[in-house]
Design a protein around this ligand. Structure first.
Ligand SMILES: [Mg+2]
Length: 182
């Protein structure tokens, strides 16, 4: 029961693009608070962000606020976010809630209006649960390799997810509908 309360996300999705206009409206949410590394981009690369830019523009145009809350350094997060014209909170110390609170304050929004998106149960999801009110969404990590610190977290995360799955308390991963418009 404790595991479900703190570690089971409200949703588990294949990629950030699953969070679309329809999803936001369905859950009556106005703001996306997103993790950076492996949620929006692979942690070790500065590769092409065309897909991300397209999604950001579409969501912003529809009136949603998007802000990055990352545990990574100010330097790394600033560089990434300024290129995409994104607001951010760096060195957030998730699963502590201070970063999320700062982000909501910047946007003048309440936790109930937010989706918290991230690839790690022990930081992003636990942090969202600690904050309360927001919808927590776990995303499949963009690339398979992890930084050393993350690898330790992943070990425990794997055990938690396995225990939750055994009790059928972990959501199934939702795949993005791939629609071809010809
Ligand atoms: Mg991450």
């Amino acid at each position: 029961m404790v595991l479900k309360k703190y570690f089971s996300p409200d949703d588990y999705v294949e990629e950030f693009e699953f969070i679309d206009i329809e999803y936001m409206n369905m859950h009556n949410k106005k703001v996306i608070i997103s993790d950076l590394d492996k949620t929006l981009i692979s942690w070790d690369s500065k590769k092409d962000t065309k897909q991300l830019t397209k999604w950001l523009n579409k969501m912003r145009k529809a009136g949603f606020d998007i802000i990055v809350v990352s545990n990574n350094t100010e330097e790394r997060v600033r560089e990434f976010c300024s290129n995409l014209n994104l607001e951010y909170v760096a060195e957030a110390k998730k699963p502590l809630t201070t970063g999320f609170k700062k982000a909501l304050k910047k946007l003048n929004r309440k936790p109930e209006e937010a989706i918290i998106l991230g690839d790690q149960v022990l930081t992003d999801i636990l942090g969202a649960k600690n904050l309360g009110g927001a919808r927590s969404v776990l995303v499949k990590p963009i690339s398979k390799t992890d930084a050393f610190k993350t690898r330790i977290n992943r070990f425990f995360e794997g055990k938690i997810i396995a225990a939750l799955k055994e009790k059928k308390q972990f959501p199934k991963m939702k795949l993005r509908k791939k629609i071809n418009i010809n």
